[in-house]
Design a protein around this ligand. Structure first.
Ligand code: UDP
Ligand code: MG
Length: 337
């Protein structure tokens, strides 16, 4: 394929009870992509895949109706609600072999569709992953803004590789999608996994609008759940914390021991008090340290069972004995542009 050939693009939209917004979202999205087709950035055969994540309203009927009326739209109905992350994966698995690049975004189109053009340009420039990052969080409520800040702080402390203010709006090349699909884990946190995959990654900044139709599916409880999932899916640092708390507690036991000694010398004790208080501190600390050591092994097992791919090869040079001199670097895994 020549460098200037239009890219075969797919767009994956996870939809959970999005009946109210789909007409607007699909019309707006297709109008934008049609513009990119005219600009010869995107191939005319692009596909918008709406993944119905077990909706309980008329979302599926709406998707069927849209796909009948618009050739670029297709639906994928999941048998039950499996969550935002899994719905995106279902879409990615479906389109991985049909396109050169995939854009994932929320069905409510809060993320600026116009940024797809910039994403395409960065992809054509050689990026395998283009992350959509919000310029600010002005469109969020006070509580969402502050919990998000806390969330990113926690992520940083637990060494979870997230990019602040990047959610599920991103472009991935076909080979990035194929590599991503090698992750077999069930506890998925896309915005941690994808930036940690490597490959050439670019960023596009955009302003996030407020939701036009329908309601948010992420109330506070869901968000806390998601944050806990994010941290535990990547980091075993919280387990390590137990061990350090145990060590601090052992250190405090020594201080308590000194205090007890002083109390004995001053005669301010009752029979049995000193041995009891020291045993409580000492045994408590030992239990914590022991739990920390066991936790360290459990953490290793946890990372092992995820069975994450060890590496991805990004490029190779020409093979040995393949002609005069060496060759330049060759991209592998079908990064077609
Ligand atoms: N979503 C989903 N499954 C769920 C919850 C949400 O597929 O169980 C989709 C939802 O339809 C939307 C996206 O995930 O396309 C983000 O949800 P939402 O816009 O409600 O989140 P917010 O923008 O409020 O954080
Ligand atoms: Mg939204």
């Amino acid at each position: 394929m020549e460098a200037c050939d239009p890219t075969k693009l797919s767009i994956v939209l996870p939809c959970y009870n999005e009946e109210a917004t789909l007409e607007y979202s699909i019309q707006t999205l297709c109008a934008t992509i049609d513009g990119l087709v005219e600009a010869r950035l995107v191939d005319g055969g692009y596909c918008v895949v709406c993944v119905d994540d077990g909706s309980t309203d008329g979302t599926w009927t709406k998707i069927c109706d849209l796909s009948k009326r618009m050739g670029h739209v297709m639906g994928l109905k999941l048998s039950r609600n499996v969550g935002h992350q899994n719905a995106i994966i279902a879409g990615l698995e479906h389109v991985a072999r049909q396109c050169d690049a995939v854009v994932t975004m929320d069905a409510d189109l809060q993320d600026d569709v116009e940024s797809i053009k910039e994403m395409m340009l960065k992809y054509r420039d050689g990026a395998d992953i283009v992350l959509g990052v919000r310029r600010n969080r002005k469109s969020d409520s006070w509580i969402k803004r502050h919990t998000a800040q806390l969330f990113y702080g926690l992520m940083k402390n637990t060494r979870t590789p997230v990019v602040p203010n990047h959610a599920e709006y991103r472009l991935m090349s076909r080979r990035a999608v194929e590599c991503f699909l090698q992750y077999g884990e069930r506890n998925v946190f896309l915005r941690g996994i994808i930036p940690s995959m490597g490959f050439r990654t670019a960023t596009v900044y955009y302003d996030r609008a407020a939701r036009k139709y329908g309601k948010s599916k992420y109330p506070m409880a869901q968000m806390l759940n998601f944050a806990a999932e994010g941290i535990t899916s990547f980091s075993i640092r919280p387990i390590r914390l137990i061990f350090f708390v145990g060590l601090v507690s052992l250190f405090l036991t020594v201080s308590v021991g000194i205090y007890v000694l002083v109390a004995i010398l001053l005669g301010r004790t009752y029979p049995g008090w000193a041995s009891l208080i020291l045993s409580v501190w000492f045994i408590g600390s030992l239990v914590l340290v022991a739990l920390g050591i066991i936790g360290e092994y459990v953490g290793k097992i946890y990372l092992e069972v995820k069975h994450r791919p060890r590496y991805f090869v990004e490029a190779t040079t020409a093979g040995c004995n393949s002609g005069e001199g060496g060759g330049g670097a060759e991209e592998i895994a079908g990064h077609t542009k």
